[in-house]
Design a protein around this ligand. Structure first.
Ligand code: MN
Length: 421
């Protein structure tokens, strides 16, 4: 069986205030091609389809259209679980329709996949894809004659985990640590594994030892919601995880437990490594063969470190047409003027932020000189305009600020009190 493991699409996620739907659309197009060109039997999408529980309609449309494309009417089995960013009910709302196409959407640990047959009835007298048996937290599938038992654990929040545990465990077992309870549940479900089936796990959680990249929303409160790799079933030939955005093997698991990572660099801390999905070839009773398929970098994030405002302006001019996101870090001895900021943004679009790196002044005299050049009023105006994206402070606000800044010395009448309405 040939499996493609991906996760953390975060459709609808922005970079600061900038939409990334265009890039996400490009990714989905590439993903569809990858599924079609690699003869994939089963696609596992391990959670965080959307960036939040109330995704933009366009993101949902993109997702459904992708599912329809990759499943080819049930020829390729597709299994999707919810992550911590997804609203589980909303994610599975289209289930009845998705099932018709051979797509299984599972929102919660207790979710049960519906049994059924999908795709075409072939010469071997079997359907392309069949869900033979299912229950809370597992399903047995057959894809073109090959069988797999998959343990499915959509993002197990404390509450959702206890809901699925309450049926099978006693009070004592429920008192255990989070990791212990996950282990208990996986152990129980792994009894469904057989020697003649391919044995898999798909989940969205934080495995101890995994490396965060900064664009995840942490689910481990002081480490309490992390799961020890020792609590994963030994008999699973491959465990497909979602949550961490950097592709990685969970340490100490011989590469059998992996995070595919997000398909797109979602923060500037992720620009030093490539994004992709794992291609897993596995047969019953054999070790899985795993390789990575890399995605294109649809619109790279770059951090430009400039020695001066002039250098920054020059670079914006010379590289104004590049299709990239830019974080500008500019060494300067004073606040960068509104005019210069406007000019940089005019010269090149998609500047995510402009950060002045205030240099140390060589002497106190130099610092004083620099401050003397600009009045407090001027500096406040500039700061405000920058913070509010170009909006200048009103005269009332300027007056209020000047009163606060200089009020004590000038012993003014408290004008503001009387002007309140
Ligand atoms: Mn995520």
């Amino acid at each position: 069986m040939r499996i493609l493991h991906t996760s953390d699409w975060h459709l609808g996620k922005t970079l600061e205030q900038f939409s990334r739907l265009e890039e996400q659309e490009e990714f989905l197009e590439e993903f569809i091609d990858i599924v079609k060109n690699n003869d994939i039997d089963l696609v596992l999408i391990a959670g965080d389809i959307y960036d939040n529980g109330n995704p933009p309609a366009r993101a949902e449309k993109m997702f459904y259209s992708t599912l329809k494309n990759i499943t080819s009417s049930g020829k390729t089995a597709v299994l999707v679980i919810a992550g911590n960013h997804d609203n589980p009910e909303r994610l599975v709302a289209a289930s009845p329709l998705a099932y018709e196409h051979g797509v299984v959407l599972l929102g919660e640990p207790k979710s049960v996949a519906r049994e059924g047959v999908f795709g075409e009835f072939n010469i071997n007298h079997e359907y392309d894809f069949e869900i033979i048996e299912s229950g809370e937290g597992y399903l047995e599938v057959s894809v073109r004659g090959e069988k797999a038992v998959i343990i499915t654990l959509p993002y197990p929040s404390e509450k959702r985990l206890n809901e699925v545990l309450s049926t099978g465990l006693g009070d004592e077992e429920r008192q255990q640590s989070y990791s212990g309870r996950i282990g208990e549940l996986l152990e129980k479900l792994s009894k469904k594994y057989r020697d003649d089936t391919i044995n898999l796990v798909v989940s969205h959680l934080y495995a101890m030892g995994g490396e965060e990249s900064g664009s995840e929303r942490s689910i481990q409160l002081g480490g309490s919601l992390s799961v020890s790799p020792a609590n994963f079933p030994d008999k699973a030939q491959y465990t497909a995880l979602g949550h961490l955005h950097r592709p990685q093997k969970v340490p100490g698991t011989k590469g059998k437990i992996r995070y595919s990572g997000s398909p797109i660099q979602y923060s500037k801390s992720e620009i030093n490594y490539s994004k992709g999905a794992y291609l897993v070839d596995v047969k019953a009773g054999m070790e899985a063969e795993i390789s990575q398929i890399l995605f294109r970098n649809y619109k790279p994030i770059e951090v430009w470190k400039c020695e001066s405002v002039d250098e920054a302006l020059e670079r914006c001019k010379n590289e104004g047409e590049k299709n990239i996101w830019v974080y500008l870090e500019i060494k300067t001895k004073e606040i960068i003027s509104t005019e210069n900021i406007k000019e940089m943004k005019r010269l090149r679009a998609d500047i995510v932020s402009i950060q002045p790196i205030i240099e140390d002044f060589e002497s106190e005299e130099e610092l004083k000189e620099s401050l003397r050049e600009r009045s407090m009023e001027e500096m406040f105006k500039e700061y405000f305009t920058k913070a509010r994206g170009g909006l200048e402070p009103s005269s009332e606000l300027m007056e209020l600020f000047m009163n606060i800044a200089y009020g004590e010395d000038e012993e003014e009448e408290p004008k503001n009190e009387t002007s309140k309405s």
